[in-house]
Design a protein around this ligand. Structure first.
Ligand SMILES: *Cc1c(COP(=O)(O)O)cnc(C)c1O
Length: 691
């Protein structure tokens, strides 16, 4: 039952790795504790670059090294760009003593202190690829021997040179390269560790990591004490540590975080420039003491890189390469929260309903964004949803609208959740657990779903006598607030009357109802202001109505979710040819067909093509044709331009055209609530970076 939330941990950790690299080059703690700084920058941070190699190795091996050519080319191009970027600093510092020295640095050491990484990536990936043909174990063994050879010239140098033959070997080697930390000795092992893709259980990975990291720390301090290190990039325990760390992250890794990827690369590439700029600016204004301070340089580098990332994400927003995805507009969500809160009377708070993964929008990122927009109360459908929010660090009130088994009262208390009392027996059973559970009493005023009948004064009063309950609120739910016909309006008026009559009776009987609430989205749209302390708003928060029906008080809300999928194949059918299952589509004329990679397993109804379903391609409407498949569908693009790789819009805006959730839901014969909340977990989510 407890499904672990997965996150793009590998991408997220890239950011930490890049931050650690920046720490290596600034020594942020050096001014205060040289030992602490040694631990941070010479031990902990030494995990960073091996991690980058390992992730690359993992992804290269995952598609059987087919993309190695592209990978090497991309790395070489990036390296070329970095060489140019750092040329001014090279020239200023008079780094190159001549063309041969430049060539040597370019191919072996890297032209700037952090750029050794690129020659190492290129040679390391190439060697790992070649070695991997020998099989996993032989490849790892050879790379392991190379690593040991590198180790001898790195942190164990003072010990190895006691042996004359080794001394001669390293002396000769250091004529060419400055370090053994390179693409020959250092990188291949980590690429191959990644390629092996070891994934142990969480417990094994965590324990393994802790033990090997402790061993590596001891090793580091021991070598430091001996004073034998020529350099301090390589440790005996580093490969083991990396292996366990990678397994730990891989076990919970899912999806991509493109902004994290870009930021980590950006930070890695530009931080030496940022450090140089910060130093010289500070030397002129704040004095040499500040300019030379590692922490100052470190913070300045991070700040400047974050600023650059902000500029990049504004001018070049990232697009995922996924087959199909939900695109989410966090600014629209925040805007809706503000508009809704402003529409509520003084003293009434917006309670954001984020049940069913925030109607398919992603409960955790949505709740985080809403917290930032000032929302302090949330509603979930069940215990597991509420706990997931708390675990993600969401603070404030979280009300569980559905039934929670009384035995789980300890969970309610542990996670500081508020529970709706489903009926009198539920209240009694919850109280019997003696957990002092915070509750809101659900009143049934005519919906006849959950709740104590609003007229049942005895049952209500009985709840107030229970010491195991802390009653913070009383609420009810309207059955037909979305309908504006006379009958429905009368029914809603009757529900409201029952509700407020009960509240009035409670107050006069000394039973404090706490915060009262009855409106959901349609209650806000169709009823005048209510004397309540909360309004539980779901669908309106996501910027859409449930259907295209009339509402009385329109608000300026913006849709948050767009649904897009990739065109993966385009072909031309001659007149008379058929396509898809059941040969359900037959071309009446020569027809260009696109295959779009989204299907009914992603949450679309299978008969959408027959119901007039369309996608937008380059601002043109194109009809879906034939039978929808589980993972793909066919689109007639005879009247549009489309090529493989293009993004088709199933929901949302594209050029001047738009497919609204309300229109699509109507086509599907349902309401937007169902349509959105049913979108499948296989669809990644991609939050558009805010302006
Ligand atoms: C789902 C739900 C809401 C939110 O409804 P919307 O119409 O989406 O705003 C409010 N209250 C209760 C009890 C609910 O179950």
């Amino acid at each position: 039952m407890t499904e672990r939330k997965k996150t793009p941990l590998l991408d997220n950790f890239r950011v930490w790795a890049a931050v650690l690299v920046a720490a290596i080059h600034t020594s942020p703690l050096a001014a205060w504790t040289s030992l602490g700084d040694f631990f941070l920058t010479r031990i902990l941070a030494r995990l960073a670059v091996p991690f980058f190699f390992t992730v690359s190795g993992y992804f290269l091996a995952k598609n059987e090294w087919r993309s190695i050519g592209r990978f090497l080319k991309k790395s070489a191009l990036l390296y070329g760009a970095c060489v140019l970027l750092y040329l001014p600093l090279n020239l200023l510092a008079g780094h190159f003593s001549g063309p041969t020295d430049f060539l040597r640095r370019l191919t072996v050491d890297g032209t700037f202190y952090h750029l050794w990484y690129f020659p190492a990536v290129i040679l390391g990936a190439f060697l790992a690829w070649q070695l991997s043909r020998l099989g996993r174990i032989p490849a790892l063994c050879i790379a392991g021997v190379l690593y040991l050879a590198g180790l001898g010239g790195d942190s164990y140098y003072g010990l190895t040179v006691q042996i004359p033959a080794l001394e001669r070997f390293y002396t000769a080697f250091f004529q060419i390269a400055s370090y053994t930390r390179n693409g020959l000795f250092f990188a291949p092992l980590f690429f191959l560790i990644g390629a092996a893709g070891y994934r142990w259980s969480r417990r094994v990975s965590r324990t393994g990591f802790l033990i090997s990291f402790a061993a590596m720390s001891a090793e580091g301090f021991w070598l430091r004490g001996l004073g034998v290190q020529r350099h301090d990039s390589m440790y005996l325990f580093l490969p083991l540590c990396t292996m366990f760390l990678f397994s730990l992250l891989l076990g919970k890794n899912q999806g991509q975080n493109l902004p994290a990827r870009r930021f980590s690369l950006l930070l890695f590439v530009v931080h030496p420039w940022c450090i140089a700029i910060a130093r010289s600016a500070a030397a002129r204004t704040l004095g040499v003491l500040v300019a030379g301070n590692g922490l100052f340089q470190f913070c300045a580098a991070l700040g400047m890189a974050a600023f650059l990332e902000g500029i990049c994400s504004h001018f070049a927003p990232l697009r995922p390469k996924a087959r199909a995805w939900r695109e989410l507009d966090g600014d629209a969500l925040a805007h809706n929260a503000e508009v809704l809160q402003a529409a509520l009377p003084e003293g009434c708070q917006l309670m954001a309903v984020v049940k069913a993964d925030a109607y398919g929008h992603g409960a955790i990122p949505a709740a985080r964004r809403l917290r930032k927009a000032g929302v302090q109360a949330f509603a979930a459908a069940c215990l597991s949803e509420a706990v997931a929010l708390r675990k993600a660090g969401i603070r404030g009130t979280i009300l569980i609208l559905g039934y929670t088994p009384p035995e789980d009262a300890c969970q309610l208390r542990r996670w500081r959740l508020t529970q709706a009392v489903a009926d009198a027996a539920h209240g009694q059973a919850l109280a019997a657990q003696n957990q002092a559970v915070h509750v809101h009493i659900a009143l049934d005023t005519g919906m006849h779903r959950l709740g104590i009948s609003a007229g049942d004064q005895d049952a209500i009063a009985a709840l107030y006598r229970l010491r195991g309950l802390k009653i913070d609120g009383v609420f009810s739910h309207l059955a037909v607030s979305d309908c504006l016909d006379a009958d429905s309006k009368a029914y809603t008026a009757q529900q409201l009357k029952r509700f407020y009559d009960t509240i009035t009776w409670m107050r006069s009987s000394g039973l404090n109802p706490g915060r009262v609430h009855i409106q959901a989205s349609y209650g806000l749209w169709n009823l005048p202001e209510q004397p309540c302390q909360y309004a539980r708003i779901g669908i309106a928060l996501y910027g859409v109505q449930s259907d295209r029906g009339e509402i009385l008080h329109k608000l300026d809300l913006q849709p948050v979710l767009s649904l897009r999928a990739r065109v993966v194949h385009v072909q031309t059918l001659a007149a008379g040819e058929t396509a898809g299952y059941g040969r359900a589509f037959q071309a009446e004329r020569e027809t260009r067909l696109a295959v779009v990679s989204i299907g009914y397993a992603d949450g679309l109804p299978r008969d959408l093509p027959q119901r007039g379903g369309e996608v937008l391609l380059h601002g043109r409407r194109c009809p879906m044709v034939g039978r929808m498949c589980m993972d793909q569908l066919l689109v007639d693009i005879t009247n549009a331009e489309a090529a493989p790789g293009d993004a088709a819009t199933l929901l949302g805006r594209c050029g001047g055209e738009v497919i609204t959730a309300e229109a699509l839901a109507a086509q599907c014969g349902t309401i937007t609530n169902e349509l959105l909340s049913r979108l499948g977990g296989r669809l990644g989510r991609y939050w558009v970076p805010g302006a």
